[in-house]
Design a protein around this ligand. Structure first.
Ligand SMILES: C[S@@+](CC[C@H](N)C(=O)[O-])C[C@H]1O[C@@H](n2cnc3c(N)ncnc32)[C@H](O)[C@@H]1O
Length: 207
């Protein structure tokens, strides 16, 4: 069964879109998208040939090895086709930024970075992408931030760059608690600022 994290990503993929899953690993997400008729037009890529062997084994198990295209590629470097949507999940912002520095990237990006979300949001904002949807999911005691970016301009406030647009009260409360603990020890003004912003964000969320 697909993890809650990957299922939440799959739920953001538009029907019948031409999709590339960059860094596909086991190809779980492409298999789900195909078998659940979200889209049949899927390429799965990875930088590692070893990983791609196990992706292929999985595709074979599902009789999808001639339906889903597998490509060995560092980001989009070996990708010739155009896609409507690129999915990049389970990597850090540094790698994601390198991948997105390619010349031609799709208009819709579904990204789940493991870190540095401020940097991710501001990088994509500068690149000319707006946040179409941001969700936070909790899976096995871990919060995952999943952002769907769409080509377009928007002005993001410092609060939005820092904490996103999810309005997820559990996540904001978790962060508030975390920064309160850090502030107790550090007395750092930056953490006090985070505490004030998060308190206001939490107050604004309707019950
Ligand atoms: C932790 S796995 C995440 C797999 C899957 N996307 C997920 O979210 O469950 C990261 C995968 O990204 C691949 N990867 C890392 N850097 C990459 C790059 N520059 N281009 C393509 N794939 C990359 C790794 O080989 C690995 O299979």
């Amino acid at each position: 069964m697909l993890s809650k994290r990957l299922k939440s990503i799959a739920d953001l993929v538009p029907n019948n879109a031409r999709v590339i899953d960059i860094g596909t690993d086991h190809a779980y997400l492409p298999i789900y998208l195909y078998e659940n008729n979200v889209t049949k037009n899927i390429t799965a890529s990875d930088i590692s040939s070893k990983v791609l062997k196990s992706s292929l084994d999985n595709l074979k198990k599902h009789n999808l090895d001639d339906k889903i295209t597998l490509v060995l590629s560092d980001g989009l470097k070996n990708i010739k086709e155009n896609f409507d949507v690129a999915i990049i999940a389970g990597m850090g912002t540094h790698t994601i930024k390198k991948i997105l520095s390619a010349s031609q990237i799709p208009d819709t990006l579904i990204i789940q970075s493991n870190n540095d979300h401020y940097e991710l949001r501001s990088f994509l904002n500068t690149l000319g992408y707006k946040i179409a949807k941001e969700i936070v999911i909790e899976d096995k005691l871990h919060y995952y931030i999943i952002i769907k970016f769409q080509k377009g301009r928007e002005l993001l406030s410092q609060e939005e760059l820092l904490f996103g647009k999810s309005n997820n009260i559990n996540y904001y409360s978790y962060l508030l608690d975390k920064y309160q603990k850090i502030y107790k020890k550090s007395q750092d003004k930056k953490h006090l600022e985070y505490i004030n912003i998060l308190s206001k964000l939490i107050e604004k969320i309707p019950e």
